[in-house]
Design a protein around this ligand. Structure first.
Ligand SMILES: C[S@@+](CC[C@H](N)C(=O)[O-])C[C@H]1O[C@@H](n2cnc3c(N)ncnc32)[C@H](O)[C@@H]1O
Length: 236
């Protein structure tokens, strides 16, 4: 485990990851993150995926706790906009890309009572000292290689080990089958997959539900546009 002033490094070195894992996070440079909220959340999500970002904020409003971990945090926009149930929450941000950790830490410094940052890969076992009451991951699965049934199950198993027993694991992801009904989303997903920014050609709603069923006794799953929203509660 390496530690520097910005984050605790729980990940491998970059050359130990597959080229697909690298490609799924390398677009998030510090200069792209300056425009991320506008381009990804307000333009692409609203107009291509037919899902305005308020829907993700609503999900966060429903499930955030005062001891929250966010993985694939990006800029931290959703945590900035959502309402925490306590005044000064403990927020932990986690991402494979240090740029996202640096940007989200900068934005959340005024909101958090305590702010931790970890570099880690969602597809590997994650060893934090503390456990969390809520774990969020928005727009992460569609960046990560593999079919949703396998990658979501792997992620849920990794995260269940660092979730408190009564906690919740929730998120949103763009699914390929939901994106095929409109020209703009069809074209958008095709291009993003071609570039390696997206890896969701094998992601379908029934397979996401199968991964939820495999890991949770009690879960929620709904769809807005091309985006699936999920929350896993009691574990199996
Ligand atoms: C599309 S952004 C989502 C940002 C934010 N959650 C949102 O909803 O706006 C995806 C984020 O996931 C991170 N990411 C991509 N692959 C990852 C992986 N294998 N493990 C952890 N984080 C990853 C990227 O670096 C980026 O910050």
């Amino acid at each position: 485990m390496q530690q520097d002033q910005f984050y605790i490094d729980l990940g491998l070195s970059e050359n130990q990851y597959s080229k697909e894992v690298i490609a799924g996070q390398q677009v998030y440079t510090s200069s792209f993150l300056r425009f991320y909220d506008l381009i990804v959340l307000h333009i692409i999500s609203r107009w291509l995926w037919r899902c305005p970002p308020q829907n993700m904020v609503d999900l966060y409003n429903k499930y955030l706790s005062g001891n929250h971990l966010d993985i694939g945090v990006g800029t931290g926009y959703l945590l900035q906009k959502a309402k925490f149930p306590v005044e000064k929450p403990t927020i932990s941000v986690m991402d494979l890309n240090p740029n996202s950790l640096i940007e989200s830490k900068r934005r959340l410094a005024g909101i958090a009572g305590q702010l931790n940052a970890y570099r880690a890969n969602i597809l590997e076992p994650i060893h934090t000292k503390e456990k969390f009451d809520s774990i969020g991951m928005s727009f992460l699965f569609h960046c990560v290689p593999g079919a949703i049934r396998k990658k979501a199950s792997t992620a849920f198993q990794n995260l269940l080990k660092i979730r408190k027993p009564e906690g919740v694991i929730f998120g949103a992801t763009g699914l390929h089958d939901l994106g095929q009904t409109h020209l703009l989303s069809r074209r958008g997903m095709k291009n993003l997959n071609k570039k390696g920014v997206f890896h969701n050609t094998e992601d379908t709603l029934p397979d996401l539900e199968a991964a939820l069923k495999e890991n949770f006794k009690d879960y929620e799953l709904y769809v807005i546009g091309a985006i699936a929203f999920f929350a896993g509660k009691k574990a199996k």
